[in-house]
Design a protein around this ligand. Structure first.
Ligand code: MN
Length: 358
């Protein structure tokens, strides 16, 4: 079980001015009220609010959000009422807890009554503080990570709801990593056979993919330095399982034909011109695939995601490897992403621009 002091340290690192006593008080309160309750896993219930708080702390949220994570199930699952929360922890936390309790009621509406799109809209409309949604997403993430302890019927319902309501909301907020994990966890419970098969196939290629990505990222760093284009870092990533599975289904192709299975991303300092300069470096190094350049900076996606994507050919392959013609892809993110504001708090200027190669 994660210890409260680890969470406190994590918050203190990201928010040096934070009121850490608030976290310790919220922990003691939650521990007292949930005492004796158990999770479906048989563990002490307290594990859940602690893990939710830990997820929020690693999202770099403020101490008020993290404390609310510790308290989020108290009103719903114990005898404590909202007034008591207000009395002990103040109006701000009481407001967040209240918002979470209301959201919980909405997501109980069955899908026959409400289309997923409507539920998402309703949910976002009733929230006046984005932290409520972020805490809800962290709550759902931990519930999805421990879904195997529930009965099959509940598992299916929660996984479907995650796929249709919460993953799209995470996407909407520009939180790609969170969305990816929610989708993969839901996929695992909705299509266990396909999940296992795909995970096995990918595992077989893991060493190869890692070596390949290591080679690409090194090469890009060298080229960026050579061209004197500033960058924060170069990252490699393997496409997520659910994302691959969708592609295989829709395009009716095999894993070998997924051109963007591995990708690299260059994160540049927070200025659009550096992204375009990075794209120039990539195209100067490898031949771009015609028609695959996407300028999501000039025309941002509906979730305000902004980036450059490109695909480049062949030369990225390690010597002697004829596995597939590979491609590069670029992304840049500007500070206009709503969630980036929340996640980076007052350090707005640090929001990185990213650029990735596939
Ligand atoms: Mn919960």
């Amino acid at each position: 079980m994660i210890r409260i002091e680890e969470i406190v340290e994590n918050v203190a690192r990201n928010h040096p001015q934070a009121n850490l006593d608030l976290l310790r008080r919220a922990y003691l309160f939650s521990a007292r009220e949930h005492k004796g309750q158990k999770r479906a896993s048989g563990e002490s219930y307290l594990v859940h609010p602690l893990e939710v708080a830990n997820i929020l702390a690693s999202m770099k949220l403020d101490e008020v959000s993290v404390a609310t994570g510790l308290l989020h199930d108290v009103v719903e699952d114990t005898l404590v009422d909202l007034d008591t929360i207000r009395q002990y922890f103040g109006e701000e936390i009481a407001h967040l807890v209240d918002g979470l309790t209301k959201i919980a009621q909405i997501s109980n509406i069955s899908r026959e009554e409400q289309q997923a799109e409507n539920v998402r809209k309703m949910l976002l409309a009733m929230v006046d503080d984005v932290r409520i949604v972020l805490i809800k997403l962290a709550d759902r993430l931990h519930n999805m990570r421990t879904l195997q302890y529930l009965n099959p019927e509940k598992r299916k319902r929660i996984a479907e709801e995650t796929m249709e309501i919460f993953a799209p909301i995470a996407h909407r907020l520009g939180m790609g990593k969170l969305r990816g994990e929610l989708e993969d966890l839901a996929f695992r419970h909705l299509h266990p056979e396909d999940y296992r098969e795909l995970a096995e196939q990918l595992e077989k290629r893991r060493a190869e993919n890692e070596a390949f990505l290591g080679g690409i990222t090194e090469r890009i760093e060298a080229k960026m330095n050579e061209a004197e284009v500033p960058f924060v870092r170069v990252e490699g990533r393997v496409k997520r399982l659910y994302s691959i599975w969708k592609k295989l289904k829709i395009q009716k192709i095999e894993l070998d034909q997924v051109y963007d299975l591995v990708a690299a991303r260059v994160i540049t300092p927070n200025e659009v011109r550096h992204c375009y300069a990075a794209l120039g470096v990539i195209h100067n190094t490898w031949r771009p695939v015609p028609g695959r350049i996407k300028d999501w900076i000039a025309t941002p996606r509906d979730n305000l995601y902004q980036s450059l994507h490109t695909s480049v050919i062949g030369a990225l392959l390690p010597t002697g490897n004829t596995r597939r013609a590979n491609a590069a892809r670029a992304m840049t993110t500007t500070p206009s992403r709503p969630c980036a504001h929340w996640l980076s708090g007052h350090r707005k200027s640090k929001t990185p621009a990213t650029f990735s190669i596939r």
